[in-house]
Write a new protein. Structure first.
Length: 118
């Protein structure tokens, strides 16, 4: 499984960005896909997850109502639409995947930097 995250950048507070995670190496019908982030000096934080087969999504409390996770079957790509960005959203965002039966996130892509200026 290979995961490739992209779409990060510098944006002003209140702005929007859309991250992409291109997945390859297998079909993902039995997988969860997720977004995580790590800010400088902080632990990795859960952002959002989506079940590939039916689109069920869950969000971390800090991003609920502002971020939306989605997936495109044809493109084998997961997205994270981030609206109303805040300086505290500044972090390296990474995508990950795991089997729905697994307790651990087995596969990780490289991160993409998101910087929100005030």
């Amino acid at each position: 499984v290979q995961l490739q995250a992209s779409g990060g950048g510098l944006v002003q507070a209140g702005g929007s960005l859309r991250l992409s995670c291109a997945a390859s190496g297998r079909t993902f019908n039995s997988y969860h896909m997720g977004w995580f982030r790590r800010a400088p000096g902080k632990e990795r934080e859960f952002v959002a997850t989506i079940t590939w087969s039916d689109g069920t999504a869950y969000y971390g409390d800090s991003v609920k109502g502002r971020f939306t996770v989605s997936r495109d079957f044809n493109a084998n790509t997961m997205y994270l639409q981030m609206n109303n960005l805040k300086p505290e959203d500044t972090a390296v965002y990474s995508c990950a995947s795991k089997r729905t039966t697994s307790a651990f996130w087995n596969y990780w892509g490289q991160g993409t930097q998101v910087t929100v200026s005030s």
